[in-house]
Design a protein around this ligand. Structure first.
Ligand SMILES: Nc1ncnc2c1ncn2[C@@H]1O[C@H](COP(=O)(O)OP(=O)(O)OP(=O)(O)O)[C@@H](O)[C@H]1O
Ligand SMILES: [Mg+2]
Length: 355
């Protein structure tokens, strides 16, 4: 196995007076240069993990290893972590350059070198020439980039970003996603990025760590997390889908609710309980030809969204979610009877190991 840069080992945090841990035996590791997204619903422990790595709070138990050395009891200022936290805004009374330079002054870097490194950091985040401005004279996106420059200028061991884009509007957020990704790739810094936005995580990260209730549910590439979710929680947190529970009656065939059968690709022992999921975009309108999995039903709800048509189709007790491309001739309407189909390889067997 390649040498890991950062190892989070069985980390636990129980806040004083709390009944249960906010972070509950979490372990993961990052190779050098990786960008990991820490993802999960509000309150699942993302910020708590980041604050322990940064050294702002102490773990109840467990270790944080950087290059093999346990830093759990190293004070913040000796850990050399770059932090961009939404709540830790720039110092408003200082100029942009003074903000960026601050960490270098704390580290007793001489004036000439400071200036050079601040200018380089400004170039890196495309704020060249704006060093003399006051923070208030920057747009939201520029302030965010100045905050990133401030965290990178110290050449951090690890870059920690806690929802750095959550206060930006949608368009700026998209641009900043690309920019952060590009800056991270160019500097090669190992980074952990907290978000509760699945699109952000899927599009920015090399790997995703999905958390729920203080625990790590699954860690993997965007593709593994999206196509091979290990738990129903991960499957439903990352993207929509219709879920089925049933029993594998022969290899690749399950009997699910209301005695319907579904073919799937994947290995589940005969007789095992299985959970299956069909993503909305995997369903298509079927025209007669019997394909393995067909569902006849009535369109209960339909929304035209330009490129796709989002429908809820009632099939017995199940409400199927389907997204259809809108280029296909005549489109179904509310109340239409439709037949949908899905190929066995497009049915996700939840809990199956990533292939
Ligand atoms: N200082 C604290 N004292 C006591 N409990 C805390 C403290 N900080 C956080 N918690 C609790 O720990 C849990 C995890 O909080 P945390 O801030 O890590 O969540 P998060 O995943 O970052 O959520 P969000 O997406 O809302 O930022 C929550 O239940 C929260 O109420
Ligand atoms: Mg948080």
């Amino acid at each position: 196995m390649a040498e890991q840069h950062v190892i989070i080992d069985n980390l636990v945090k129980t806040y004083a007076g709390a009944q249960k841990p906010s972070v509950d035996h979490v372990s993961f590791s990052l190779p050098r240069g990786e960008m990991l997204a820490l993802l999960g619903p509000s309150g699942c422990g993302k910020t708590t993990i980041l604050r322990m790595i940064a050294g702002l709070i102490d773990p109840t138990s467990g270790a944080i290893r950087v290059d093999g050395k346990d830093v759990s009891s190293t004070p913040v200022y000796k850990r050399n972590m770059g932090m961009v936290f939404q709540a830790y805004a720039l110092f408003p009374h200082m100029t942009v350059a003074e903000n960026i330079s601050f960490g270098l002054e704390m580290r007793n870097v001489g004036r000439a070198e400071r200036e050079e490194r601040v200018n380089k950091a400004l170039d890196l985040v495309k704020l060249t020439g704006l060093g003399a401005r006051k923070v208030a004279q920057l747009s939201g996106g520029q302030q965010q980039r100045a905050a990133i420059a401030r965290s990178l200028v110290i050449e951090p061991e690890l870059l920690l970003l806690d929802e750095p884009l959550s206060n930006l509007d949608a368009k700026l957020r998209d641009e900043m996603r690309d920019e952060i990704r590009e800056i991270q790739a160019r500097t090669g810094v190992t980074a952990i990025f907290v978000t509760h936005d699945q699109d952000e995580a899927l599009s920015m990260a090399d790997r995703l760590a999905v958390m729920s209730n203080g625990r790590l549910e699954q860690i993997g590439t965007p593709r593994q997390i999206f196509d091979r979710p290990q738990t129903e929680f991960v499957a439903s947190f990352i993207g929509a889908g219709t879920f089925f529970e049933g029993e594998a009656v022969e290899p690749g065939l399950a009997v699910v609710d209301d005695l319907k059968t579904i073919r799937f690709t994947g290995t589940a022992p005969v007789g095992a309980r299985v959970k299956l999921m069909i993503r909305p975009h995997r369903l298509r309108l079927s025209e007669g030809a019997a394909i393995a999995n067909t569902f006849k039903g009535t369109v209960e709800h339909i929304v035209y969204r330009g490129q796709i048509l989002t429908m809820n189709v009632r099939c017995g007790k199940k409400l199927l979610q389907a997204d259809l491309p809108t280029h296909a001739g005549s489109l179904p309407e509310k109340g239409s009877e439709v037949t949908l189909s899905v190929a066995p390889e497009d049915v996700t067997l939840i809990g199956e190991e990533a292939r």
